[in-house]
Design a protein around this ligand. Sequence first.
Ligand SMILES: Nc1ncnc2c1ncn2[C@@H]1O[C@H](COP(=O)(O)OP(=O)(O)OP(=O)(O)O)[C@@H](O)[C@H]1O
Ligand SMILES: [Mg+2]
Length: 237
Amino acid sequence: MTLDAPNANGETLQKTAIRATDLCFGWSEDKEILHSCAVEVPEGEFWMLLGANGSGKSTLLRLLAGLLQPTGGEIQISSPVGFVFQNPDHQLVMPTVGADVAFGLVNEGLEIDEIRQRVEESLSAVSLGAFQRRPIYALSGGQKQRVAIAGAIARHCDVLLLDEPTALLDPDSQLELVAQVQALVKKRGITALWVTHRLEELEYCDGAFLLEAGKVVDRGDPERLKQRLMQSEDVED
Ligand SMILES: Nc1ncnc2c1ncn2[C@@H]1O[C@H](COP(=O)(O)OP(=O)(O)OP(=O)(O)O)[C@@H](O)[C@H]1O
Ligand SMILES: [Mg+2]
C-alpha cells in the first residue's frame, strides 16, 4: 500500500511512504518529549535519524510504528511496517532461525507451502539461506539482526524501522549490516528509517533527519549533516 495515488493526468508523483506532521508526545502532561516533529521519507529510500542521547529518536520511531500514540499531530505510513530493535535478544523468540521467521507469519493465515517459501526467500535475501536450522543462540549479533530483518521481509513489509540496529555490533558487522539494508531497500523497493549516532553509517543513506531535544532541526543531504555534526563535536571538545 502506498500513500499517494497518481494524479488526474495519470502521472505518478514521487510517493511518500512515511509522513508525520506536527507530531507531539509526552509521557506526562507537563513534560513534552517531542515538539511538532515533521518527517517525510520518499518510497524506496533509505533515511537515517540522528540525534544525541535522549533527544527522542526511539520515541519518534515507536510513534511511527504505532507502538505509542501521539498526543498531537498526524502519521501516515505505508503498511505493513517492520520494526528492528537495538537488542535482537528482545525480538527473537523461537529456538531456531527458520522457526523464528515462520513465527512472525502465524497471523497471516498462509498455507504451509507459502510459509516455507517465504522463510527461505527472506533468509536468502539477508544471506542466511543456509542458516534455517541454526539455533539462535549460536548466531553472532549481526546475524541475529539479519534474522529480525528477514522476519520483516517475510511479512512483505513496505516499511522497515530500525532503532540503532548496529549499537551492539563490532565495526565490521556494523558496516556489513548497513550495506545489506541499503541493498535490500534498493532491490526490493522497501522504505527504511534507521536510527543511529554513528556518523560513518551516513554515507549509505539517501537522506537524514537531525533531532535535537525533541525537535527535527535539520534534514536532507547526509554529507552536509555529517559535516554539521562533526563541527559541533569539534566545538564541544
Ligand atoms: N518509558 C519512559 N517513561 C518516561 N520517560 C521516558 C521513557 N522512555 C524515554 N523517556 C524519556 O524520553 C526522552 C527521549 O527518550 P528516547 O529514548 O526517545 O531518546 P533517544 O534519542 O532514543 O536516546 P538514546 O540515544 O539514548 O537511545 C528521554 O528524556 C527519556 O528519558
Ligand atoms: Mg533510543
